[in-house]
Design a protein around this ligand. Structure first.
Ligand SMILES: Nc1ncnc2c1ncn2[C@@H]1O[C@H](COP(=O)(O)OP(=O)(O)OP(=O)(O)O)[C@@H](O)[C@H]1O
Ligand SMILES: [Mg+2]
Length: 484
């Protein structure tokens, strides 16, 4: 007799809820960076994982990564300090890569904290909590096995309209100790389609929530000619219906959001399966306090484990005194992530309150190193970054051209590299794409045929004429060519 699973609601399952997700796009300019490029003894290769030079800073970041992994780093802060375009943001991205997707990494830019709707300390707090992970081990009642049958049973649409509706879904799962035929609620069908489950996949369905998780492809199919890279897994041991330990990685912010409008159960664990689209419900200090209490209890009971991640604040000179005071207090709390700051400023005045735009220039604070208050600076481990040599710039330009899939003639790349040394690395990297577009112009037919068009010195020069660098732009302005 087919067992029935009653499903009330299908929530989003596990996956990448560690707060990175939608924020990834910003890192496109660093897509060639795949890690810090360190050897197993901790020393840096000159050119590895997309990273060139900046050896000492990479090694220092490697130590930071180790400290984070050993959980010796929570509540501390690191400052990456160096001139523009010396790879500070790239280093932070590399740290994120090294830590892997299970450790939360929350990148923000100092100026993001200023918004008319949200208080800046509130925004800081939210990002702090995005950077603190919780690994929860939960024993769940599941149905797990290889899918050997997947049949939606249709019914006439009761409203008589065009089309049919799905009455229920028949699914047969095979495990080592037998098979089970389940008749499921149609809402699960959507979840199954979302996970792209096909025959021969190994999946599990949570009995209480109806959440579906695809584990991988059954290794019985491993010999089959398959173009996609797929993960093959053995047929699950034991019965189809069983208790299974499920590990979920969430951030404290995920929990705040899920609990801001409680649905169903009262405790955090029952909320785990219900992490849905972020709702715009107010997260209060009181709610956070309650969540902390529950989280601490689960940690004490050994059900959950705290995973302090990284809060990366780029352009830290944008923060004002209030933010810094808040930061030092937050770093001292028992649940805190590692904070990595970056700044390309030397001695500048500390930003004063931005709450009223009219007072932005009325700075009565003395200049401070990196725009960081002198009582906060000593808390930081400072990692300096240095300017690149022409050789290093040439290597970076080459890596970037390859990453953007642009075909350059060697002389073309040499010219870009030369500009990188003369003007700035950033300018050189920005010229790559325009130069390749210039090369494409006027070669419509060839380009349409899909012939690779190589970019030479001429095209680079043309792009250089079209797009000014900062220095030349200032020159044009002050010579009055752009009008008064
Ligand atoms: N050592 C390196 N190896 C490879 N690519 C690098 C290296 N350093 C910088 N880059 C690349 O050069 C560009 C500029 O570097 P990045 O944005 O990290 O500089 P930054 O120090 O953060 O500058 P700013 O102070 O202006 O923010 C990025 O595309 C980055 O990925
Ligand atoms: Mg930067």
């Amino acid at each position: 007799m087919p067992a029935a699973v009653q499903i009330s609601e299908v929530g989003k399952t596990g996956g990448s809820s560690t707060g990175v997700g939608s924020r990834d796009k910003r890192t496109a300019t660093h897509s060639h960076i795949r890690g810090l490029g360190l050897r197993s003894d901790g020393y840096a290769e000159r050119d590895a994982a997309g990273f060139v030079g900046q050896v000492a800073a990479r090694e220092a970041c490697g130590i930071v990564v180790d400290l984070i992994r050993w959980k010796k780093m929570a509540g501390r802060a690191v400052l990456l300090a160096g001139g523009p375009g010396t790879g500070k943001t790239a280093l932070a991205m590399a740290v994120a890569q090294e830590l892997g997707s299970k450790v939360p990494f929350c990148p923000i830019v100092g100026s993001e904290l200023y918004s008319a709707e949200v208080k800046k300390t509130e925004a800081l707090m939210e990002n702090f909590r995005r950077a603190i992970g919780l690994r929860v081990r939960e024993t769940k009642e599941v149905y797990e096995g290889e899918v050997t049958e997947l049949t939606p049973e249709e019914a006439e649409n009761p409203l008589g309209a065009y089309g049919r509706t799905i009455a229920h879904l028949i699914i047969t799962l095979k495990a080592a100790k037998g098979t089970k035929k389940l008749r499921l609620d149609p809402s699960i069908y959507e979840a199954i389609q979302k996970e792209r489950v096909r025959l021969g996949d190994v999946i599990y369905i949570e009995a209480n929530t109806g959440a579906v998780k695809r584990v991988g492809r059954s290794d019985a199919y491993a010999t089959e000619f398959d173009l996609e890279a797929d993960e093959y897994v053995p047929i699950p041991k034991g019965d189809v219906h069983k208790k299974k330990e499920v590990v979920q990685d969430v951030t404290l912010h995920d929990l705040d959001v899920a609990n801001a409008k409680p649905q169903g159960g009262q405790d955090v664990l029952s909320m785990m399966g219900q992490l849905m689209r972020p709702k715009k419900t107010e997260i209060t200090e009181k709610l956070r306090g309650e969540i902390n209490k529950v989280v601490n209890r689960y940690i004490d009971q050994g059900v959950a484990e705290l995973v302090p991640g990284v809060l990366f604040i780029d352009e830290v000179h944008m923060l004002d005194l209030e933010c810094f005071t808040y930061l030092s207090r937050a770093l001292e709390s028992s649940i805190s992530p590692i904070v990595i700051l970056a700044s390309n400023r030397g001695l500048v005045p500390i930003t004063t309150s931005r709450s009223s735009p009219a007072t932005t220039d009325a700075s009565d604070l003395p200049p401070a190193a990196h725009g960081i208050p002198p009582d906060f600076l000593p808390r930081l481990l400072i990692i300096p970054t240095h300017a690149y040599t022409p050789d290093e710039i040439a290597s970076i330009v080459r890596i970037r051209a390859r990453a953007e899939n642009l075909a350059f003639a060697p002389e073309g790349l040499d010219r870009v590299a030369q500009l990188g040394a003369e003007v700035s690395l950033r300018y050189a990297l920005q010229l790559l794409t325009p130069a390749s577009v210039v090369a494409r112009m006027g070669k419509g037919v060839e380009a349409a045929k899909g012939t690779q068009i190589t970019v030479g010195v001429k095209e680079v020069e043309e792009a250089r004429e079209l797009f000014l660098d900062a220095g030349r732009s200032v020159g044009v302005q002050s010579s009055g060519l752009l009008g008064a």
